[in-house]
Design a protein around this ligand. Structure first.
Ligand SMILES: C[C@H](O)[C@H](O)[C@H]1CNC2=NC(N)=NC(=O)C2=N1
Length: 102
């Protein structure tokens, strides 16, 4: 089972994940897309990655805005699985979204 990150490890990992906000036992990123179909394209790609990694985000879908919440439930907090998945989600967002910025 993945180990909880120490606060030093988490702080260091978050320097590479500037769009993510840490709160308690999870990290969160909210992002708006150009359209609902584009947001769903991102959800579908993230779903494939999550199945492959056997690590699943909570995803809130509001029209064209997605919020991803990552936590390792089995560990009761944040592990390297969450920071790895956040990095993969960032790559999907950048690949699919035409413009940059939040
Ligand atoms: C059996 C399977 O490995 C577990 O249920 C996985 C599936 N996906 C998961 N996803 C997340 N975010 N946390 C978990 O603890 C978790 N556990």
């Amino acid at each position: 089972m993945a180990e909880l990150l120490t606060s030093e490890e988490l702080t260091s990992a978050l320097t590479h994940l500037p769009a993510w906000r840490h709160s308690g036992s999870s990290i969160t990123r909210t992002v708006e897309f150009a359209s609902f179909p584009q947001a769903i394209q991102v959800v579908n790609r993230v779903a494939e990655i999550a199945e492959n990694d056997d690590h699943h985000p909570d995803i809130d879908i509001r029209w064209r805005t997605l919020t991803f919440v990552l936590s390792t439930h089995s560990a009761g907090g944040l592990t390297s699985k969450d920071t790895a998945l956040a990095t993969e989600i960032d790559a999907v967002i950048e690949a699919i979204r035409p413009e940059s910025g939040e």
